[in-house]
Structures are given as structure tokens and as C-alpha cells.
Ligand binder design. Sequence first.
Ligand code: NAD
Length: 301
Amino acid sequence: MADIRFDGKVAIVTGAGGGLGRQHALELARRGAKVVVNDLGGSVDGSGGGSDAANKVVDEIKALGGEAIANGSSVTDDAGVARMVKDAMDAWGRIDILVANAGVLRDKTFSKMEIPDFAFVVDVHLMGTVKPAKAVWEIMRNQNYGRIVVTTSSTGLYGNFGQSNYGAAKLGLVGFMNSLKLEGQKNNIHVNAISPVAATRMTENLMPPEILERLKPEFVTPGVVFLCSEEAPTGVVLTAGAGAFACARIVETEGVYLGAGGLSVEEVRDSWSKIVDPEGQKAYNAGGEQTQKFFRKMQGG
Ligand code: NAD
């Protein structure tokens, strides 16, 4: 089969000044894409900033013979996001790919978490994906083509101690993807999520060096680049790290129908093992499909 190429395609990668985003941007450029490298700079907790990080990656792409533009805006800044999209359109006339990767951490147990730190993390991850996606959405609809990759996390999918803010934002992104995948379908806009594990400044203190060595961002990027390609699926959460790839899904058990007449709390308690029984559990493609199950059960099915 032919190699996956992005000649003639334009990509925006947010938070691409370092870590995973840099690697995604470089690989897209190596394969022919013109790339907007967005990065606010700043530290892991989102303080500080400057466009050096983005400029450096643009230089790297140019040194490889590729085309790139730097953008030093925050993904949460409306005017900055509008400028980023305008710059890409002015230079290249289209936007095919958005990899929403920018992110920050402000870890604390919920007991010690201040609401502004919760709100900041949700804002950067969730609204910092929503705003660029909104800014490219009509462009992609008009082109009848688009690929969007949001960046979720095992914390969002499964939880992690001390990361309630981050987890709320990261699973919010899966909810965002689930609706966009439906709305984008008729215009060939595919929306997927990557749940990476990689050695970056975000994780450098969490694991010993010999493990970090096995977790290079390069081992995640091929999955992201596939999700940016014409052959990408839609609505998939791809988990990736150390060269391993898998798919995460929300499934629902078949459950029980207890009837509507005289339904008691005790009946729910006494049916618990059936409610949680994994036999026959399934993933749904849309909320309405799940509601259909209740109608089926109501009719004795
Ligand atoms: P990183 O800190 O190296 O990269 C994040 C980048 O986003 C930084 O370059 C930072 O400057 C930029 N950024 C932060 N706030 C921004 C803003 N408001 N506007 C624009 N840019 C901004 O960390 P990373 O590990 O490469 O993280 C990339 C993404 O992957 C994040 O969304 C992160 O939550 C996610 N993730 C990473 C891991 C992991 O194991 N490294 C695991 C799960 C999810």
C-alpha cells in the first residue's frame, strides 16, 4: 500500500513547541503537510510565555525542507486563535487538519484544589480545543474535508489521584468528539482522540529514566498522524505509548428492566449483579441509540 502523505494539505498543531506536539508537527511536515506550529511557551503549569518554542520548531521544519508558520497565541485567546487561522488561510488557502494538543497541569488533591486552578486547566484543555475547532469548522465544512484530533488522557478515561481538574477537561474532550463526529460526518470531517503516554516535561518526574527512554513521543506520533490521514476512522479514542496502540470505548451493560409500576429502591439493590453484569455489554455510536434500548426493554425486548 502507498505511503501516507499530506502533500497539499495544511495542518495546525497546537502546543507544538515541545513534547508530543512538536513530534506531531515534524512528522506531518516530513510527510508533506504545511504546518502552523502554535505554542504559547511557558511552563507546565501555564505560567509565563513567549513564541520562542514555536519559532524553533518552525526552524526545524524549514531545515527539513518543509513549510511552516509560527503562532505564539494561547489557544484560549479568541483573537490569537482567529489570527492563527487567518495566517494559515492567507498563506495556504485551506486547513485540513487540526491537532489540538496544547495542555497544562495544575495537580492537587480536590481537597486542596482552588477553583481558579480547576477552571484554568479546564479552560486550556477544553476551551483551548473548542476555540480552534470552531475557528476551522466552517472552513472544513466548505472544503468537505477535515481531520481533527483532540488529546485526551488516561486520567480522563479512568481517573488519577490529584488530577480532578485535568480529568474533567480530558473526558470533556471525548464528549466533544462524540458530538462532532456525528455533525462532521456528512462533510467528511473525521474527529478522533489520542490518549498518549510519553516522556515529556509533563511526565519527566513521574518515572525513572530507563522507563522514560522507552516512552519517547515518537512512539505516539504515528498513531496521531494516521488519525490525521484520509484513511482515518471517526469517533475513536486511540491509546498510544511505548509503541503500543489500542482503542478505548465507553460500554454499557445490557442491564435489567424492572418495570415502571411500584418500582422500589430495594429492587435496584437486589438487581445490582444483573445491572453490572458485563455479558452482552456494548458501545453505542450516539446517545439516541442508547435510549432505543430503554424503549426496546419497555416493550419486553
Ligand atoms: P508539554 O508540556 O511538553 O506540551 C504541552 C505544550 O502545550 C507546551 O509546549 C506548552 O507550551 C503548550 N501550551 C500550554 N498552554 C498553552 C496555551 N494556552 N496555548 C498554546 N500552547 C500552550 O507536554 P506533552 O506531554 O507533550 O503534552 C501534550 C498533550 O498531551 C497535552 O494535552 C497533555 O495533556 C497530553 N497528554 C500527555 C501525556 C503524557 O504522558 N505526556 C499523557 C496524557 C495526555
